[in-house]
Design a protein around this ligand. Sequence first.
Ligand code: A2P
Length: 286
Amino acid sequence: MKVAIDVGYRHFDGAWIYGNEGEIGKAIQEKVADGTVKREDIYYCGKLWSTFHPPEMVRPSLEKSLKLLNFDYIDLYIIELPLAFKPGDVIYPRDENGKYLYHPTDLCATWEALEELKDSGLVKSIGVSNFNRRQLELILNKPGLKYKPAVNQVECHPYFTQPKLREFCDSHGIVIVGYSPLGTCRDSFWVNTEIPPLLDDALLNSVAAKYKKTSAQVALRFQLQRNTVIIPKSFNPERIKENFEIFDFSLTNEEMKLISALNRNERYVQLLMWKDHPEYPFNDEY
Ligand code: A2P
């Protein structure tokens, strides 16, 4: 985190469920104390986990994050998944047979609780993640809607460019934040490993060679040039630095078109373990 701030990163994508908001807060405080940044230079995204969807649990859930981070506000707070799980502190609630325990999902009621957080000043912006078009429309068409989602954070990279969801979000002023911009890790619990690794792609590597860059830098630059917010993840200081060195070259229109054509309309992150949830978002075309 401190390396990232020193390199120049200011947008940090976090979540209570990642279990590191205490460390994140401490690192930011240290970088504020040493004069590298001010709190207001940092843009932190936090997430409401699925066991806290009931409206009365939303504010306490945010307050847990604020306390850990030692912040008095969060820049962006988003509903992590459109899937409500059995409320409580067990983050992956299951029965004795291992079956996930769900909860009736009322996305509009949860959204209204997020709107209240914005009104209270505890969060600057509110948004969603992993929502499909139908679920976005549920919110957008909600009677009495106060605030539209500022963002929809979804998987997005050259193998999964999300053309239709992007068009829909663009038409409603919803920013796409693209997760897994490097094609994510190869952890088979989360990831469809049948799709080859993005960074091994021949085209990305040949474009990279032309600019003396890496395939990762080309994948990130591609998203930047098509106005997708990118949140690359790395635990490695060299790669954290590498992923920031994308502002000194640009891809031609022809290269942008070729890279766009890599789209396979297949996601790495399918969340199949929750496929039987009534609000599982990825059965719809987009
Ligand atoms: P590591 O943490 O060892 O750097 P995504 O952002 O798409 O979810 O991808 C994250 C994965 O990509 C992590 O496994 C991370 O590993 C790896 N990664 C991050 N940056 C690079 C890079 N520049 N080149 C190769 N792999 C990278």
